[in-house]
Design a protein around this ligand. Structure first.
Ligand code: SAM
Length: 270
């Protein structure tokens, strides 16, 4: 049976109605699945987020030492338990990935997944904040382009800065919308994010840096003086920007990562 027929068969057998809100688009393209799993080998523990019906999981179970899956939908967890009953190297956790203490359940694990579109950037940010070293994920193409852009480029968003701060990121392949059941309205790409040994810039308090970037991009239309004044008093901020020779009327997306780090350091010490 090919993977398309197998996916249809499982959907019918377990009476699955793909839940749009949970981003349930099941991948059946063998080439794409192998690409996502291409970097997995026998020494690896893998954290798979959103295993769904288990198509990617079954490849991971053959290639890795251990697979830990975190899936929000209890019905999917039931299917996985039945499908993979014979596998001793699988752990199934029925929880929201954003509520999981990743370092407790899977420290040193590589993350491999076909992520739900609706929370892709939150998941990637969460993984980076939790110091995950190796992430290979299938995500929406535009988000992949944003993540792999450089700060200052047109597609850049807050996530561009987070990734650039602590990781290298590259798109390793594209996957059409017709490779999924049901087919989503967007195309996808596989990205590989590798954490750097040291972040690209030094900063005294990472949290202030991340908060600064988040604040600036949620208030994108405002000047930096106005958007950042929610983080510290306006006059103090004016002084900091003047000291760093940064024009207070520019927008957040015009700042470099180094400038964000310098502002964060002066907020911390002033
Ligand atoms: N891995 C499967 C595949 O490739 O066919 C399914 C991928 S589907 C795009 C995303 C999966 O993530 C769904 O099974 C969905 O239920 C699950 N999911 C959605 N939100 C989640 C969350 N917050 N935590 C964990 N899993 C989640």
């Amino acid at each position: 049976m090919n993977l398309y027929d197998e996916t249809k068969y499982i959907i019918n057998k377990y009476n699955v109605y793909p839940n749009k809100k949970l981003g349930q688009n099941f991948l059946f393209d063998e080439e794409a699945l192998n690409l996502i799993a291409s970097d997995v080998n026998k020494e690896d523990t893998i954290l798979e987020i959103g295993p769904g019906l288990g198509t990617l999981t079954s490849i991971l179970l053959e290639k890795a030492k251990k697979v830990i899956t975190v899936e929000l939908d209890p019905k999917m967890c039931e299917i996985l338990r039945t499908r993979f009953i014979a596998y001793k190297n699988l752990e199934i956790i029925n929880q929201d990935i954003l509520s999981i203490d990743i370092n407790k359940i899977a420290s040193e694990a590589k993350v491999v997944a076909n992520l739900p579109y609706y929370i892709t950037t939150s998941i990637i940010t969460y993984l980076l904040e939790n110091h995950v070293k190796d992430i290979t994920v299938l995500i929406q193409k535009e988000v992949a382009e944003r993540i792999s852009a450089k700060p200052g480029e047109k597609q850049a968003g807050a996530i561009t800065y987070f990734v650039n701060y602590c990781a290298d990121c590259k798109i390793i392949g594209n996957v059409g919308r017709d490779c999924f059941i049901p087919s989503p309205n967007v195309d996808s790409s596989v990205v590989k994010i590798t954490r750097l040994k040291e972040p690209r810039v030094k900063v005294k308090d990472e949290k202030i840096l991340f908060d600064l970037i988040k604040t600036n991009f949620t208030k994108r239309r405002k000047t930096i003086l106005n958007s950042l004044s929610s983080m510290t008093e306006k006059e103090k901020l004016r002084g900091i920007l003047a000291k760093l020779n940064i024009d207070e009327d520019i927008r957040g997306e015009e700042l470099t990562l180094e400038q964000y780090a310098q502002i964060a350091d002066l907020i911390k010490t002033n």
